[in-house]
Design a protein around this ligand. Structure first.
Ligand SMILES: Nc1ncnc2c1ncn2[C@@H]1O[C@H](COP(=O)(O)OP(=O)(O)OP(=O)(O)O)[C@@H](O)[C@H]1O
Length: 261
């Protein structure tokens, strides 16, 4: 199943099954996340990407439960564990809406993200994103989309995380901002492995080494990300894209969401 049989994965998901209400949402999700670089979690809308990451983080809704499978983080079984337990083991999460407090300053956003007694890596964060130091007194809500994504990632990198999960960071952003966010993610990935839910294939191509594709609540492909994206037939059948190559060739940041519309 592993796309890179070398180093021990930081996260291993095996045959994960999740029910929400009466619906069986995940019916066999399995993949590894390598301890360095970016692993992309891909798939059409509604296939279970967000449910997968929220299951790992113990963030299922009240009527949801893990009904089977295992989640190993750093070799420890955290299947079905509560969020604070999983997070304390060293997983950062940047949700789809970024989780940034718009009314608070950059400094306040970071201060609120500090977990426990530390260490808190302000040096690392300011080294990666010097702009945030300069803008520490600015309200987060007045920042650009790319700068807000910096704040969101900085909140995750501030703590001693062994993995950061980022859910659709470029969704709804203008192409110029998408490029900016991709740069931010690239810098973050130099320091910590990322599990990236992403529909913009230009961003995946730029950042990801490994790809995991879900369909209808199951893993249907794992492997080298660029190899997958270079195989147009495969990309079309797995992700429902390929009819818009022109748009991608123009560098406009194609997404599977756009392509399946
Ligand atoms: N709280 C919930 N209650 C009921 N069904 C849910 C709930 N959350 C998700 N689902 C369903 O689970 C399926 C998977 O949703 P999920 O958000 O995990 O998919 P996704 O791949 O992340 O999609 P998208 O790309 O649209 O964000 C969908 O059919 C969705 O309607």
């Amino acid at each position: 199943m592993s796309a890179n049989p070398g180093p021990t994965p930081v996260l291993s998901v095996r045959d994960l099954r999740v029910r929400i209400g009466e619906s069986r949402i995940l019916q066999g999700v399995g993949f590894d996340v390598a301890p360095t670089g970016v692993t992309a979690l891909l798939g059409r809308n509604g296939v279970g990407k967000t449910t997968t990451v929220r299951s790992v983080l113990g963030l299922l809704p009240e009527d949801g439960e893990v009904t089977g499978g295992t989640v190993l983080f750093d070799g420890t079984d955290v299947t079905g564990h509560r969020t604070h337990t999983v997070v304390r083991r060293g997983i950062g999460y940047v949700p789809e809406d970024r989780g940034v407090f718009a009314g608070l300053t950059v400094a306040e956003n970071l201060a609120l993200a500090e977990r426990g007694s530390g260490p808190h890596h302000y040096d690392l964060v300011h080294d990666l994103f010097p702009e945030l130091k300069a803008r520490r007194k600015q309200r987060a809500g007045t920042l650009s989309g790319g700068q807000q994504q910096m704040v969101a990632l900085a909140r995750a990198l501030l703590n001693d995380n062994r993995l950061v999960i980022v859910d659709e960071p470029t969704k709804g952003l203008a192409p110029r901002v998408v490029t900016e966010v991709a740069g931010v993610l690239e810098r973050a990935a130099e320091r910590v492995p990322l599990l990236l839910v992403e529909q913009n294939l230009a961003v995946v191509r730029r950042l990801a080494r490994d790809a995991v594709v879900l369909d209808a609540g199951r893993t249907v492909h794992t492997g080298d990300a660029r190899e997958l994206l270079a195989d147009r037939e495969r990309t079309t059948s797995l992700l429902g894209v390929g009819r818009h190559e022109k748009r991608e060739a123009a560098g406009a940041g194609q997404s599977t969401k756009e392509a399946t519309r």
